[in-house]
Design a protein around this ligand. Structure first.
Ligand code: BG6
Length: 316
């Protein structure tokens, strides 16, 4: 299927290994690609056609292995606990296109988008005994921004609430990790995943990278910036309803241990993940949880320390 409006288009086609994928295109030349496998965004290009997300050259596009890179969705758990797959099962299930999605709040920028839906199978109910509708809208904005809106509804008929944790596990493409800094998380508390989730407080400076990092920052601001000095590019993450933010780079040793990740690829990626981890979300039957992540990539006329995307965009 392919629909076109004013040179903006939504195309449904086949990707790697014949897996179904959706391509969103904006008239300005920007584009987004996502697989129904995992509702996994694997490409986000700006109007010059430059790739903004990292996907490993060794990524395996074959169920049940989650795709290494892009934007995996971690649900119903972030991390690797209990019977559930690591980071939950949403990233390795086949989603469907949701042509009957109930209306999302009116948003004038939603011209190029696709709605996807995940419901648990009988097999899923054996490992996580809760019924849900997970609706995801992926939107490419007129300026090339990428928005992901998630709505998760408890559809249990047994009257039981359920609890989950969540992350948009975004892999950003960067020129050289040693030239990158992340702003917006300084002085925040974090749980260090490399130290059994011990709690620390981040120092006052922006985060820079010189070794493995795997931290869950808590109660973070709604805007975080990733500055790539070499590329002269700044990513701005705006998040709504997602208090935590994970920062992850495996560095050399862990990179070598991952079969679906190149030995040197850690130099060209950083994960900054809008998340809800510290305080799991509880939903009663009939209740819906709605969250959003919006990504922009702007030239680094962005001034360090000013996390106001309106100013950033006005200046660029
Ligand atoms: C990060 C976690 O979000 O994801 C790391 O904080 C983990 O601990 C990484 O190693 C990758 O996870 P996975 O399951 O995709 O290999």
């Amino acid at each position: 299927m392919s629909t076109t409006t004013d040179n903006n288009s939504v195309e449904i086609t086949k990707g790697i290994n014949g897996l179904e994928k959706v391509i969103l295109r904006e008239i300005n030349g920007s584009s987004v690609e996502l697989y129904l496998y995992g509702a996994h965004v694997t490409s986000w290009k700006n109007e010059q056609g430059e790739e903004l997300l990292f996907v490993s050259s060794k990524a395996i596009f074959k169920p049940p292995k989650p795709i290494r890179g892009g934007i995996p969705i971690c649900f119903p758990q972030f991390s690797n606990l209990g019977n559930l797959e690591a980071h939950g099962f949403a990233r390795n299930r086949i989603w469907t296109i949701d042509n009957d999605a109930p209306p999302f709040p009116p948003n004038v920028t939603d011209r190029v988008f696709v709605d996807l839906l995940l419901k648990p199978t009988e097999e899923d109910l054996k490992i996580w005994p809760h019924s849900f509708d997970y609706r995801l809208r992926v939107t490419l904005g007129p300026a090339g921004d990428l928005m992901l809106t998630s709505r998760i509804r408890n559809t249990n008929t047994d009257g039981k609430p359920f609890t989950f944790t969540f992350a948009y596990h975004t892999y950003f493409s960067v020129s050289d990790i040693s030239e990158v800094r992340v702003e917006g998380l300084e002085t925040h508390d974090y749980l260090d995943n490399t130290k059994n989730r011990e709690r620390y407080t981040e120092q006052g400076d922006a985060i820079t990278f010189e070794s493995e990092i795997d931290k869950i920052y808590l109660s973070t601001p709604s805007k975080i910036a990733i500055l790539d000095h070499e590329k002269k590019r700044t990513f701005v993450i705006r998040k709504d309803g997602l208090p935590d933010a994970v920062v992850w780079n495996p560095w050399d040793k862990k990179a070598k241990a991952m079969a679906d990740f190149g030995d040197d690829e850690y130099k060209h990626m950083v994960c900054v993940e809008a998340a809800a981890i510290e305080k799991p979300i509880s939903l009663k039957p009939g209740e819906e949880w709605r969250v959003r992540q919006e990504l922009s990539a702007v030239p680094s006329s962005y001034f360090s320390g000013q996390l106001d995307p309106n100013k950033v965009l006005a200046r660029s």
